[in-house]
Every structure is written in structure tokens, then in C-alpha cells.
Design a protein. Structure first.
Length: 330
């Protein structure tokens, strides 16, 4: 927590320090994490302008309405990895990578033309924090090259203890849960891949498909159970030519990030098939029970259940929020 009085934010966006703050007040403060653009650096809306150049160069711009929604989404996701933002705006991985590269170069060019300046008092604040033993990390959603260019322009290479881009910090949050991959192996998966690792990296999709006897790093059939727009778009972009995408989790209304639909051009050019699975009937429950009593005994389904309640305590079972799944015993 930030001690009262150490850091204040005024209406003129200046960072100020209370010189009367006792160093003993920060005994429990070990690390301060600050964003670059807009927080410690005044960039004059260069992020949005660089995005517009990138979207136009990569062909993401679309209609005026699409462009307006995309700009709003960029503002909403400030601080997130730029490549992740572009992957939401387009299902074409090449297009997203191209846009990300153009964004980085455009931001650096605009910064060189118009200049960057620190938020008044930011540099002094960071030096003061480090002087009293508090570590400072500067973070950004920019690529490593763009981050380094910003630091060089300000002369901030050695200002903070850490300066991290997504490439140096790994996968952003929410991070994929390794327990789900462990569960997949327990339920018969031949290999699993960490989506936070590049396809060619250790634990990436290429190694998983080779281990599984596949011919490449792209799946032929993909099953999407989460309903999360970003997960859907990422999976859609990974499918091999002629692949099949099965949607199971997309049963609720989508948020603003899902307003851009799956492109018909992608479906046609890549020969893809999309199939939805929704709703169930009483006979599905009968089939599930028979499976659990028969072939399902060979799988650790009981490990997926956090707690078991008797039927008389069904209200407590429904109110339980400690586990993602609970069971009611008749």
C-alpha cells in the first residue's frame, strides 16, 4: 500500500512528494509499479494516433463505425500488451503481427517528431522512492523495442530498478491455469501446450503437436469451452486450413471486445467450419450418469469436485463460492 502523504496526484497531472513524510512510514512498502505512457510519461495521445496508422496499414480500419469502436477499445485496454489488443481486433494472426509492428515504429516516429516529456515530478518521485529503499518498476504494454526507445528518449534507462515489456514479463493476466493442462493430461490428452509460450518455445504448441504425432503447430479440430471473446479469437486464428471450430462456451452476451465478428473471408479462404453446441435434454443427463458409472470410472472426475453436500443441504451447496464445482449427494 502507498503510505498516506508520500505520493499525491494533482489536477495538473504533476506527481508531488510530501517532504515531511517520515521514512519510517514506508517500512512496509517494498515495490512501486508505474505505467509509462500516460502515467509517468506525457505522450499527447500518441498511442491512439499510432494505432490509427497501424490499423490502416494492416487493413483493420474497416468502416467508420468499426474504426470508432476499435479506438474506444484501444482506450479501454491501455496498458495491455499491444499484440493482445490487435489479436482481439482481428482473427488473422499475420494481420495482428503486422499491425503490432507498424504500431511500434509509428509510435517511435511520432515520439521523435513531437517529443516525449515526463509527467512533472515523476522522475524526482522515482529517485526519492529508490533513495529510501523502495524498488520501482516501470511497465508497459509496448513491445521491448518501443519501450527501449521511450526510455532512451527520456534518458531513463537506469532510472528504475526494472523496466518491463510483455516480452520480459511473460503472459499478462489472467494467466492460463497450469492445473487445467494437468487435468487434461489426467483425462487422456496426449500433450498440452501453454498459450503463454510461443509456438516454438519449450511447452509451446509446436512441441505439443509433434509429441501428439501431429504434422504441424496448427490444430485441425478446436473446442472452445470458455466463451471468452479473446480465447475464441485466438483459437480461431490458430486453426489449420480445413479446420473445425466447435463452440460450447459462447452462450452469453459478448462484451465490446467481441463486436467485430468472425470474418467470412477467413472462413472461406481457410475452408473452416464452425459448429455450435448448446442446451441439453433429460436424455443427456441419463447418458452422463451411465458414462460415470461405466467407462467414466477410469477418469478422476472426483478430483474436479471441491465439496459434496447431502441433498438436505442443497441451499448451502448453491451458496458455496469456495470451489468452482460442488456435488449434491441424493
Amino acid at each position: 500500500m502507498t503510505p498516506d502523504g508520500l505520493i499525491t496526484s494533482e489536477f495538473d497531472d504533476a506527481a508531488t512528494i510530501d517532504d515531511e513524510t517520515d521514512d519510517l512510514d514506508v517500512d512496509d512498502l517494498q515495490l512501486v509499479v508505474l505505467d509509462l505512457a500516460g502515467t509517468t510519461v506525457v505522450d499527447g495521445a500518441l498511442v491512439e494516433r499510432a494505432f490509427e496508422r497501424a490499423a490502416e496499414a494492416a487493413g483493420i480500419a474497416g468502416s467508420a463505425a468499426d474504426s470508432a469502436r476499435a479506438r474506444a477499445f484501444v482506450r479501454e485496454t491501455m496498458g495491455q500488451p499491444t499484440i493482445s489488443v490487435f489479436r482481439v481486433l482481428t482473427v488473422d494472426e499475420y494481420q495482428a503481427q503486422h499491425a503490432n509492428a507498424v504500431f511500434g515504429s509509428a509510435y517511435v516516429e511520432l515520439a521523435a517528431e513531437e517529443g516525449l516529456r515526463p509527467v512533472p515530478g515523476a522522475e524526482e518521485l522515482i529517485r526519492r522512492l529508490r533513495a529510501i529503499g523502495v524498488k520501482v518498476a516501470l511497465i508497459t504494454g509496448f513491445s521491448r523495442a518501443t519501450k527501449d526507445a521511450v526510455l532512451d528518449a527520456l534518458g531513463w534507462r537506469d532510472l528504475a530498478d526494472f523496466a518491463l515489456s510483455p516480452a520480459e514479463a511473460g503472459r499478462g493476466c489472467p494467466s492460463p491455469d497450469p492445473k487445467r493442462r494437468e487435468a487434461a493430461l489426467a483425462f487422456g490428452a496426449v500433450a498440452v501446450a501453454d498459450p503463454g509460450v510461443s509456438a516454438e518455445g519449450l511447452g509451446g504448441s509446436l512441441a505439443a503437436f509433434v509429441k501428439a504425432g501431429g504434422r504441424g503447430a496448427a490444430p485441425t479440430i478446436a473446442l472452445e469451452f470458455t466463451g471468452a471473446p479473446f480465447a475464441l479469437r485466438s483459437l480461431f486464428g490458430m486453426l489449420d486450413v480445413g479446420g473445425i471450430l466447435v463452440l460450447v462456451g459462447s452462450v452469453g452476451p459478448a462484451g465490446p471486445s467481441a463486436e467485430r465478428p468472425l470474418l467470412p473471408e477467413q472462413l472461406a479462404r481457410r475452408l473452416l467450419t464452425v459448429r455450435g453446441v448448446h442446451d441439453y435434454a433429460p436424455h443427456h443427463l441419463e447418458q452422463a450418469v451411465r458414462f460415470l458409472a461405466g467407462e467414466g470410472r477410469g477418469y478422476p472426475f472426483e478430483e474436479l469436485v471441491g465439496a459434496v453436500f447431502p441433498l438436505a443441504e442443497v441451499d448451502a451447496a448453491l451458496a458455496c463460492s469456495e470451489y468452482p464445482r460442488v456435488a449434491v449427494r441424493p
